[in-house]
Design a protein around this ligand. Structure first.
Ligand SMILES: NC(=O)c1ccc[n+]([C@@H]2O[C@H](COP(=O)([O-])OP(=O)(O)OC[C@H]3O[C@@H](n4cnc5c(N)ncnc54)[C@H](O)[C@@H]3O)[C@@H](O)[C@H]2O)c1
Length: 321
């Protein structure tokens, strides 16, 4: 691998993918394409941008001329960038379709024109919709229920059509909720952590009984680099954990780490217009390639909370409530 383009490298997952690519392909040149939305932070790439093999291009996936320029002379693209917060998609859904669906189309068309040899497209378990029992496999139909997941499902459909129509050497990875340091505090774990550290109430949507699975961001980045090496072009791989909690249980874990009483810390607020009850992925296909998660939320949470504590000032201008 000589030249790797990572979209969304200044965001949460993308910044960990950049680190993973540096580790796995130290000889490669990295280009990061990022629009630097509110969710991005230049400090997420501390260390990487000082490295002479890494370059940041600030721009929008929907700028097709730019996509053509940044994919020229690139062997491999890891497409991570997206509008990622479900709650925002209820109020600003056009931006989600624009960045996630049209933006994916734009970068994939540029990959096709420039003959990029390997592409990983990052998707989500949310495209399958909720599942009461059991777990979704890669062949299940997509039944997204909110504008975010619909825009991601649209992106997946374009990606799959490019595999069929143009034999684009693309692999899709779908994961469950990801946790770790550098996540923007609109998502449950960093949001509750920072609010708890500030002595504020933790606003729980609805009953808090919705169930989610949590995968460490480092394990997810490792799954991506495994697929770059051994994933089959044209295939979809689920990458998730079996570690499942209700949102209430996650809040309780955070309170325990912070030394707060959950009964005093929590306040219940109106739920999203629609909130999937449970997501679960069957990851046996990628596990056959040798991948499995090596970190758990329960054991890693204190470390993540500690990071937010020591970076508290970075986030104190952000409205988390
Ligand atoms: N966070 C999770 O729990 C989770 C779970 C499953 C899948 N995913 C997927 O992983 C990917 C990354 O998620 P994240 O949590 O790191 O998101 P994030 O919001 O932290 O980062 C997204 C990055 O994409 C950039 N971006 C957004 N729109 C862009 C555009 N039009 N052009 C160029 N750059 C743009 C942003 O500036 C930001 O740096 C997304 O595709 C998301 O759907 C996330």
């Amino acid at each position: 691998m000589h030249n790797i383009l990572i979209t969304g490298g200044a965001g949460f997952i993308g910044s960990h993918v950049v680190e993973e690519m540096r580790k796995q392909f130290p000889e490669a040149r990295l280009v990061i394409l990022d629009k630097m939305t509110y969710a991005a932070d230049i400090r997420n790439m501390d260390g990487s941008l000082d490295w002479d093999r890494c370059r940041l291009v600030v721009g929008d996936l929907c700028d097709f001329d730019l996509c053509q320029r940044v994919t020229r002379d690139v062997d491999c693209v890891v497409h991570v960038a997206a509008e990622s917060h479900v709650d925002n998609s209820f109020g600003n859904s056009l931006q989600f379709t624009r960045s996630n669906t049209l933006g994916t189309h734009s970068i994939l068309e540029a990959c096709r024109i420039n003959g990029v040899k390997r592409i990983i497209h990052v998707s989500t378990d949310e495209v399958y919709g909720e599942i009461e029992q059991g777990a979704h496999t890669e062949t299940d139909i997509l039944t997204p229920t909110n504008p975010y997941s619909a825009s991601k499902a649209g992106a997946d459909m374009i990606a799959i059509s490019y595999v069929h129509s143009f034999k684009l050497p693309l692999t899709i990875i779908r994961s469950n909720n990801i946790f770790g340091i550098r996540q923007y505090p609109e998502k449950l774990i960093p949001k509750f952590t920072l609010l708890g550290l500030a002595g504020k109430k933790l606003p729980m949507h609805g009953t808090g009984k919705n169930r989610r699975r949590f995968l460490a961001v480092e394990d997810f980045a490792a799954a991506i680099s495994l697929l770059l090496r051994n994933g089959a072009p044209g295939e979809i791989y689920n990458a998730g954990t079996d570690e499942e909690y209700s949102n209430l249980e996650v809040a309780e874990m955070i309170c325990n780490v912070l030394g707060l009483r959950i009964s005093e810390a929590l306040t219940f607020v109106q739920d999203r217009p629609f909130n999937d009850s449970r997501y679960a992925l069957d990851s046996s296909k990628i596990r056959k390639l040798g991948w499995s998660p090596s970190r758990s939320l329960k054991t890693r949470l204190p470390e993540v909370v500690k990071w937010y504590e020591s970076h508290f000032s970075r986030f104190n201008q952000i409205e988390t409530a």
